[in-house]
Design a protein around this ligand. Structure first.
Ligand code: NAP
Length: 323
């Protein structure tokens, strides 16, 4: 028990009040709320804990940081805040959950962990282009994280794939290092916000190829060139040193999708009822963040959903006690 916590951790074989799967802004905000609500809370944060913000540089739109904050610093702060109130955070990937048992049974590293309620906050992972050469050259010129890898491309030629805010952000970071940055977008207009588009369009170091697809990558030890195809020019090859893929994300629902309801693109479906806005199809299982939210996908909205799911879990536990 930490000096600021309001509960005793469960002893061997006893269930946790709340198990949170995922440690991005949604999961860690949920943990801050459930622990301050005096409920024992364990977070399975994954071997790569912290979510997408761990791969971001400056975050300028999270309220409370007038000068901005680095993504990893923001996540470290959230983690420390959750731990301050007694959250147990494990950097482990769970294998499965038995949602039919009561309490629920989480299988992780040959161990079974019991929980009365579960909050699924597993987020979403990078979507890749799925073109020949991409898998082989990942980490050898192909990346999805400019803030992590841009310095390796000093004075080199890079392409960014995509037309959303992520692609704009990647290109802007890369423009500080690379000699040439080209955004390749499959349509004739960006999907990104006006503010981000403006930053890109006013950056002379960034070129744009609209109506163009990347169809193949070449290179043995490292990426050497890409084959492109456009409606106007047909197919051609471009020598490049780096490709940054920023075409969106895939919700991390594979291990739940047989039991929890997902939509046609794999996102968890919220089954809001009885005032539980973050409920899933299984009573006592809640969801928060990018794993169910295909629309807003902001750190601050994920944190907001985290708070909502925690308040739902706390009310569910209180109702169980009364019954
Ligand atoms: P997104 O908005 O879904 O954009 C994905 C882009 O990739 C779209 O332009 C899409 O083209 C393109 N695309 C998708 N699949 C493709 C494929 N197979 N081949 C080629 N192109 C493909 O994703 P995002 O940019 O990652 O942004 C996700 C959310 O996070 C958004 O809500 C965004 O506002 C937010 N975000 C905010 C910030 C910020 O505020 N600083 C930074 C990053 C992300 P189409 O346009 O043709 O569909």
């Amino acid at each position: 028990m930490t000096s600021d916590s309001f509960f005793e951790k469960p002893k061997n074989g006893e269930p946790w009040d709340v198990a949170i799967i995922g440690s991005g802004p949604a999961g860690l905000t949920a943990a801050i709320y459930t622990t301050r609500g005096a409920r024992s809370t364990i977070v399975f944060g994954g071997t790569a804990w912290g979510g997408q913000l761990m791969l971001t540089s400056e975050v300028d739109n999270f309220p409370g940081f007038p000068e901005g904050i680095l993504g990893p610093d923001l996540m470290n702060n959230m983690r420390k805040q959750a731990e301050r109130f007694g959250t147990e955070i494990r950097n482990q990937d769970i294998e499965s959950v038995d949602f039919s048992a009561s309490p629920f049974v989480i299988h992780v590293n040959n161990e079974q962990v019991l929980a009365k309620t579960i909050i699924v906050a597993t987020g979403a992972a990078t979507k890749w282009l799925g073109i020949p050469g991409e898998d082989k050259l990942r980490g050898r010129g192909v990346s999805s994280c400019a803030p992590c890898d841009a310095p390796f491309f000093k004075n080199k030629k890079v392409i960014v794939a995509g037309g959303g805010d992520s692609a704009m952000e990647e290109a802007l970071v890369l423009s500080k290092y690379a000699s040439e940055v080209t955004i390749v977008h499959r349509r004739d207009a960006f999907r990104a916000s006006a503010a981000m588009q403006q930053k890109v369009l006013s950056n002379k170091a960034i070129k744009i190829l609209y109506n163009t697809e990347i169809i193949e990558l070449f290179g043995e030890q490292k990426l050497e060139k890409a084959k492109l195809k456009s409606t106007e020019k047909g197919e051609w090859e471009m020598p490049i040193d780096g490709l940054f893929v920023a075409i969106g994300h895939i919700p991390q629902t594979a291990i739940f999708s047989k039991t929890l309801t997902v939509n046609e693109i794999g996102y968890l479906v919220r089954n809001s009822q009885d005032g539980y806005e973050t409920a899933t199809n299984i009573p006592g299982v809640f969801t928060s963040g990018d794993v169910h939210d295909h629309h807003y996908r902001q750190a601050v909205t994920a944190a907001g959903f985290g708070a909502m799911s925690a308040l739902d879990a706390l009310r569910f536990l209180d109702m169980e006690k009364e019954n």
